[in-house]
Design a protein around this ligand. Structure first.
Ligand SMILES: [Zn+2]
Length: 332
């Protein structure tokens, strides 16, 4: 398995700074398990990173050590290196949650998880090291969603603009300008299984969006992609057709004043990811607040016509979303 480069996981401001974020971060490790279980005293052959408090400088050093020629000479430290790297990623992610966006948090937590799993797969871990790896995985299971939500909240609702996916310009002559306030939202699925859409990196999703737009413009004669927003399985939100135009997603007059949101995937055949549902809920709630659309007017495509869309598993989410109590309405 390829190790995602740590540098990719650092906030940009930190990667650019020569003193890579060590200031003020020492002691972070103590909040996590190794602090309370003192590490083996470093011997003369211990790598230089061993036992130091967590900092990005230390993690980069471990990563280089794992990738470098030292590795063969110090094989017995590989498990410890994986553990300290994963523990450090987790500790620093917690510490920096207010500075990360959802994407970066997911990358970091997944990298930490893979590190704990690689450590556990080794036959030379001692029981205490095994417990540390299991404890790390346990914490990831219980805190992943919370950290992701917190990072998302702190970065606000990020909507990737059309230029991020290389959208073709709309053909205005084939579009209908919006003439009245938005008063309903319709949720769709793309009816393509997400396993057929690669590993959901942003460039791969951008490809999928260009394909949907191309198909709808070419084969359906639309003036642009039909949906106003699209959400991918990693929880990224993408801008589709700008809100100045009526959508093309619910057939004829049903499109009037109706915001179209499409979740990429096939939700008769798979379940929506947690990340995509977090984003969908944030997006639909934000649109509802901005345009004063109550939850009871958030529909599935199948409300408007006989169709499988948005799939059984996404319809289940809609039922639960609609049944939640709406925030109190304010006087106009
Ligand atoms: Zn649909």
């Amino acid at each position: 398995m390829l190790r995602p480069s740590l540098r990719r996981l650092l906030p940009l401001a930190l990667t650019a700074a020569p003193a890579v974020g060590c200031v003020g971060l020492s002691g972070d490790m103590e909040a996590y398990s190794p602090g309370s279980e003192t590490l083996e005293p470093a011997t003369s052959s211990s790598p230089s990173w061993d036992g130091r408090p967590a900092s990005w400088a230390k993690l980069i050093e471990i990563e280089d050590w794992l990738a470098g020629s030292d590795r063969r000479r110090n094989e017995r430290f590989v498990g410890e290196a994986e553990l300290q790297l994963a523990e450090g990623r987790l500790a620093l992610s917690r510490r920096e949650v207010s500075r990360l966006d959802g994407d970066l948090m997911t990358l970091r937590l997944n990298a930490a998880k893979a590190g704990f799993q690689r450590a556990l797969a080794r036959s030379d871990l001692d029981p205490r090291q095994k417990r540390r790896a299991e404890k790390g995985l346990q914490e990831l299971r219980s805190r992943h969603d919370g950290l992701y939500r917190e990072a998302r909240r702190s970065s606000g609702l990020e909507i990737r603009t059309r230029d991020r996916w290389g959208a073709k310009a709309p053909v205005a002559a084939r579009l209908t300008r919006r003439t009245q306030p938005w008063n309903r939202i319709t949720v769709h699925h793309s009816a393509e299984h997400s396993r057929d859409q690669g590993s959901q990196t942003a460039p791969e999703v951008a490809d999928v969006l260009r394909r949907i737009q191309g198909f709808q413009m070419r084969e359906r004669g639309f003036g642009d992609i039909g949906y106003h927003f699209l959400v991918d399985p990693k929880g990224r939100i993408w801008q589709g057709r700008p809100l100045e135009w009526q959508g093309a997603h619910s057939k004829g007059p049903n499109n009037v004043a109706n915001i179209g949101v499409c979740l990429l995937g096939h939700y008769d055949l798979e379940r929506p990811t947690r990340a995509s549902l977090v984003s969908l809920e944030e997006l639909v709630s934000a649109l509802g607040q901005r345009h004063k659309i109550p939850r009871s007017r958030v529909y599935g495509h199948d409300h408007w016509k006989a169709t499988e869309c948005p799939g059984e598993n996404l319809s289940a989410w809609l039922v639960s979303y609609r049944s939640k109590v709406a925030p109190p309405r304010t006087a106009q």
